[in-house]
Design a protein around this ligand. Structure first.
Ligand SMILES: *Cc1c(COP(=O)(O)O)cnc(C)c1O
Length: 421
């Protein structure tokens, strides 16, 4: 459920008509709903309520500081995957001891910075990283709290590019080697083992792969404790999927996910961390664009928008579906016609939807891409020298631009001409 609904025939974000925001900031733009973010975050809080837990928002899904501050204000921790995201979380006011650091390629600089400003734990992904982290921490005279990200060899049954828990994926250490690496970790002077971490992929629409992975984590936890390690925190990653169409998709609810976690891990007496991104941010954001042209091709018509693959890459990258709806509601009785919905970028991949049934639209009309909050703005680029589009946050009847559109001068003046030119 989200807070983007038609009211008097106009699509609103909470109490604000999107036509009003479009008139003020121009199109295209991203628009997020505070009420939806809050609702989704609280679903996880309630789902894990009986357990000692922390919900760490996956910053990479939607990293604007206004979003991070909104969620931190509700009690969220943050999961970051780079030094840049770590700095963003700190800048948004999140204390270091509520930030967990994931990712396969952490550098010494990133480790030093996080250890200096505070960290809840590093989710370590290899023995090479473990040794470097120990060196960095020892040189600073501290011990780095860690979990080891284990790869449980479970197929998340999701899109190839976002499955992370099979043995052929680059993430984590094979679960079969975990006990050996924990023994190494315990012997390292700069390392303090606190728990185990797992994250098997994104946009999972079935609880079974999660349960398979978490059962393996439960067994591993018992084995590690028997080996003498103190394992008191389990980080279960993110990955719960969302419905991208209003029709027949029904991914599991956070409440059922939470109940499964309690059933599989509840007797271990551990603190549970989860790292949801998409489920909190995905349906809390939309992308609003204008029609530039309606082009009649041979046998098919094209709706050319002012948004393009550089603004929302999910259709081009993952073949992802986004519902695209007119901002001014079409009469229910009107005839829909199939059109290809495309952007202006010079790539055939710059296609948002093929032969999508749409009501008649004309140049200047507004459309909204639903479910664009996660992996939308954060994956955008300036390809074709198209400025990054603004982000707007709505709160009830108020809205604010939380990232302005840069001017062409700002973009072009970043280039430097070498002396010999
Ligand atoms: C991407 C990622 C997440 C978030 O995944 P969602 O599918 O957005 O919930 C959580 N943890 C790690 C380590 C990730 O890489």
């Amino acid at each position: 459920m989200d807070h983007f609904l038609y009211c008097n025939g106009i699509l609103h974000a909470e109490d604000v008509p999107l036509t009003e925001i479009a008139a003020h900031v121009g199109t295209p733009f991203y628009c997020y709903s505070t009420a939806t973010l809050t609702r989704h975050f609280r679903l996880f809080q309630e789902a894990l309520d009986p357990l000692d837990h922390l919900v760490c928002f996956s910053v990479k899904s939607l990293s604007n500081q206004a979003i991070l501050r909104t969620l931190a204000g509700l009690g969220a921790g943050m999961d970051v995957v780079s030094g840049g995201e770590y700095r963003r979380a700190l800048a948004a006011g999140v204390p270091g001891d509520r930030i967990v650091f994931s990712g396969v390629g952490k550098t010494r600089e990133e480790m030093t910075h996080a250890l200096t400003h505070g960290i809840r734990q590093f989710n370590v992904e290899s023995d090479a990283e473990l040794k470097v982290l120990s060196e960095v921490a020892s040189a600073m005279g501290v011990r780095a709290p860690i979990t080891l990200r284990v790869n449980p060899d479970v197929d998340a049954k999701t899109h190839e590019k976002i499955a992370t828990g099979r043995k052929e994926d680059k993430f984590g250490v094979p679960i079969s080697r975990a006990r050996t690496i924990y023994a190494e970790a315990a012997a390292l002077p700069g390392i303090e083992v606190v728990g185990v971490d797992v994250h098997i992929g994104s946009q999972l629409t079935d609880l079974a792969p999660f349960e398979a992975a978490f059962s393996k984590i439960a067994d591993l936890t018992r084995a590690l404790r028997a080996d003498g390690h103190s394992i008191w925190r389990l980080d279960l990653g993110g990955g719960l999927g969302i419905p991208y169409t209003t029709s027949n998709e029904t991914p599991p609810l956070p409440l059922d996910y939470g109940a499964m976690i309690q059933r599989v891990l509840g007797d271990l007496d551990v603190e549970i961390e989860i790292e949801p991104g998409r489920l909190i941010a995905g349906n809390a954001g939309i992308l609003v664009a204008s029609v530039i042209y309606l082009k009649e091709g041979e046998g098919r018509d094209f709706l050319i928008l002012d948004a393009a693959m550089n603004d929302l890459i999910r259709p081009a990258m993952y073949g992802a579906h986004h519902d695209i709806v007119p901002v001014v509601e079409a009469p229910a009785a009107i005839d829909q016609r199939p059109v290809d919905i495309v952007g202006p970028v010079c790539e055939s991949g710059d296609t948002f939807a093929k032969q999508r049934q749409m009501p008649p639209l004309a140049a200047g009309d507004l459309v909204a891409f639903r479910s664009a909050g996660a992996y939308g703005a954060v994956m955008s680029s300036e390809y074709n020298t198209r400025p990054l589009i603004p982000e707007v946050l709505v709160h009830q009847d108020q809205y604010a631009v939380i990232r302005p559109r840069p001017s062409f001068d700002e973009i072009i003046n970043r280039d430097r001409l070498p002396e010999w030119l």
